[in-house]
Each structure stands twice: as C-alpha cells, then as structure tokens.
Design a protein around this ligand. Structure first.
Ligand code: FPP
Length: 240
C-alpha cells in the first residue's frame, strides 16, 4: 500500500505508536498535582489523534495505562481512569463527526464496570469507521504474550491446534493487536530511553524515535519531526 503524504509532502507511516510519557514531570515543573499532568496529557492526545487523522495515519496506538501503573497512588490511578472515562463519553457523543474506530489492548477485566462498559460501547459502535485508535489499557507486552500462550495452549488441549504447527503469523493472531499491522514508528517523548513493556512482539522492526519534549507539550510539530526522523531511517529488516 502507498503511504499517505502530509502537507509537507513527507510520507507518513500507516501505524504510529506512542508512549505518552512525562505527564508527572510536566505537572511537577509547574507545582501542580500529577493528575493535572495527566489531564494535560489527555489534551495532547486529543490534538495528536486529530492531527494523525489529517495526516492520513491509519492506526494510532497509545500507552494509556500499563499493567505496572497500578503501583501508583489510588488518587493518581483513579484520576487517569476518570480522564479515560470522560474521553470515551465525549468520543461516543462525537462518534459520527470523528469517525474513529476504537480498539483496546489489555486486560479490561480489572477496570471499573463503568469504564469497561464505555470501552465495549466505544468499540462496538465504531467498528465501521476507518481510522483506528488503539488504547493500551492495563496493558503489558509480557502479559499479552502470556495470555496468547495460554490461548494457544487451550486450543491444543481442545484439539484445535498442534504445537508443531505454531507459526509467527498464528501467534500474532492470539495477540490483542490481531489484524493490526505492526507499528512502523514508535515515539517516546520525555527523554526516557526504554520500551517499558510496550508492544514487545509488534515492535520487532519498529523504528524508535526518542524525544526530549514532555508529553503534555508534544504537538503536531513534534510529530512532524518524529516522522521526518523516521523517513531518514534506512529500514533493512535484517537484510542488507
Ligand atoms: C506516563 O507519564 C503516563 C501515564 C502512566 C498515563 C498516561 C495517561 C494519559 C495521558 C491520560 C489518558 C487519557 C486519555 C484520554 C488519553 P508519567 O506519569 O509516568 O510521567 P513522569 O515519568 O514524568 O512521572
């Protein structure tokens, strides 16, 4: 498929994934509670999701809450969950206008029944739209691989599969990201140089762009910069 081209005439990846990092430091720099940083992060997400749509990005995956983020204070956790709930309510209201397809990667069973319901509703009501936003919620790359292994083992027990038949393609089909192409570009703002359990399988050949800006300050110019760094990379996929 031909990649789409933005206003600056640069090709854009089909799938961009982002680790929305730096909300806490953004708030601390301003003497604000961490939750204010997440609220500003949610605003940055809204802008970037809109911008991705205008650029023609087909899939945007964001790390909203990891399996490890439960270690944070109850206040901070409930603040993030509230922001997600508010966003989903707003998305459900504006669904016709925005035409975004919602998908959720992660074990949603640990979320409040209310939030689970909003996720299910957002996913089912948006299934016909084309631009896909994947929210990683109570998501961990290792957890995803354990879950996939369990599902495959169960298929073997049920006589639906044989261990020796397992291929990379088949294993991909047991992941939350089934039917979604791997991200070509993964962006981590905030100056941290880690993958933090994000899309471990899917990132095998992704190009990483690490940036010094904190997520709440991340704007369309930063996305342009990340895409232009991506366009200067020479992707060889193990070849020469
Ligand atoms: C990491 O930054 C960020 C998170 C764990 C939460 C991300 C959540 C949001 C941006 C809000 C979600 C809502 C929507 C609508 C997308 P950090 O808190 O670890 O930052 P720090 O490293 O500076 O402390």
């Amino acid at each position: 498929m031909t990649p789409s081209v933005n206003e600056n005439k640069q090709p854009v990846p089909r799938h961009i994934a982002i680790i929305m990092d730096g909300n806490g430091r953004w708030a601390k720099n301003r003497g604000l509670p961490r939750t204010a940083g997440h609220a500003a992060g949610a605003e940055a997400f809204r802008k970037i999701a809109n911008y991705c749509r205008t650029l023609g990005v087909e899939y945007l995956t964001v790390y909203a809450f990891s399996t490890e983020n439960w270690k944070r204070s109850a206040d901070e956790v409930s603040g993030i969950m509230r922001l997600l709930g508010n966003y989903l309510k707003e998305a459900l209201r504006d669904m016709e206008k925005n035409r975004v397809r919602f998908c959720f990667f992660g074990d949603l069973s640990r979320l409040s029944p209310n939030l689970q319901k909003l996720c299910e509703e957002a996913q089912s009501k948006s299934s016909d739209y084309d631009v896909q936003v994947n929210f990683c919620l109570n998501y961990g790359g290792r957890d995803e691989l354990v879950r996939a292994t369990r599902l495959f083992a169960q298929d073997v027990v049920d006589g639906k599969a044989q261990p020796q038949d397992l291929t990379e393609e088949m294993l991909s089909g047991y992941l939350y990201s089934k039917d979604v192409p791997d991200p070509e570009l993964i962006i981590r703002p905030s100056g941290e140089l880690r993958t933090s359990n994000f899309l471990l399988w899917q990132s095998a050949y992704s190009e990483y762009v690490f940036m010094n800006v904190l997520w709440p300050d991340f704007g369309p110019d930063d996305l342009d910069e990340a895409i232009s760094q991506y366009n200067r990379r020479n992707r060889r996929f193990g070849g020469v």
